[in-house]
Ligand binder design. Structure first.
Ligand code: 1GP
Length: 246
């Protein structure tokens, strides 16, 4: 398997949109459900499997990543909510800087804590500018990160933040309204960021239906991340994958 960032860059260059299935490690304790989700992601040819969460209430993380990797022929990418969410079984980790916020721990502190472990595990780190956007209600990520999201109707702030991320040498921008958000990032904001930076754009938070996913891709998203909707119905992965890949 090539480096994950190269797969994402190549898809973007070819105009191929990608679907990432987000697995909450707390679901890892339910092996039957986890296996079904991973199997569907593989059969539906989802492009990536993300594993992670802002707040874990079980200690099933490493076991979950191990099982996902065993059952999956898709690249497995960690989307860590804390430096504790690292596993040598993954192909890559989103090395997230929360650039929409002003919490120093999430701009550099956690990176220092995690860096030696990532190096020792030998997993690929993908420098990612993570931008939290207001999705209509407070989410776990806004509460846990103690940061203010970017107002949903301020595409200019999102664009300026993304440009700063690109100038800092980050490799991708992840705009997220948080898991279970009422609203997704707006197409307006995505297209404004799309015009401002050349980096692959990952979009997540509140994406439930195929038409929304397609609209976000049309606005400039390169990778669409869906978690909650697949937790509610893992069979939905098939239609979503078809829509994103249309
Ligand atoms: C959250 O982007 C992800 O960080 C996915 O959000 O669970 O709402 O799909 P959902």
């Amino acid at each position: 398997m090539g480096k994950v960032i190269e797969l994402i860059d190549a898809a973007k260059a070819d105009g191929r949109k990608m679907l990432a299935v987000l697995i909450d490690p707390d679901f890892g304790a339910d092996h039957a459900f986890l296996e079904r989700t991973v199997q569907n992601a593989c059969m539906a040819k989802a492009d990536l499997i993300f594993v992670g969460g802002s707040l874990l209430t079980s200690n099933a993380f490493d076991r979950c990543v191990d099982l996902v990797k065993k059952w999956s022929d898709r690249p497995v990418v960690l989307f860590p909510g804390s430096p504790a969410q690292l596993s040598p079984h993954a192909d890559a980790v989103l090395f997230l800087s929360l650039i929409s916020g002003r919490n120093p721990e999430l701009l550099i502190g956690h990176h220092v804590t995690a860096a030696p472990t990532i190096r020792a595990m030998g997993i690929e780190a993908i420098p990612t500018g993570y931008m939290l956007v207001d999705g209509g209600k407070p989410t776990t990520v806004s509460y846990v990160s103690q940061t203010l999201p970017i107002p949903h109707d301020k595409p200019g702030i999102a664009a300026a933040t993304a440009i700063a991320g690109e100038l800092l040498g980050l490799r991708t921008i992840y705009m997220d309204t948080g898991s279970g958000a009422l609203n997704t990032v707006s197409p307006d904001m995505i297209s404004s960021v799309r015009k401002s930076v050349d980096l692959p754009i990952i979009i997540g938070g509140g994406i439930r239906d195929v038409r929304t996913a397609q609209a976000l891709c049309d606005a400039g998203a390169d990778v669409v991340v869906v978690g909650t909707a697949f937790e509610q119905d893992p069979e939905h992965i098939f239609a979503m994958s078809q829509a994103v890949h249309r």
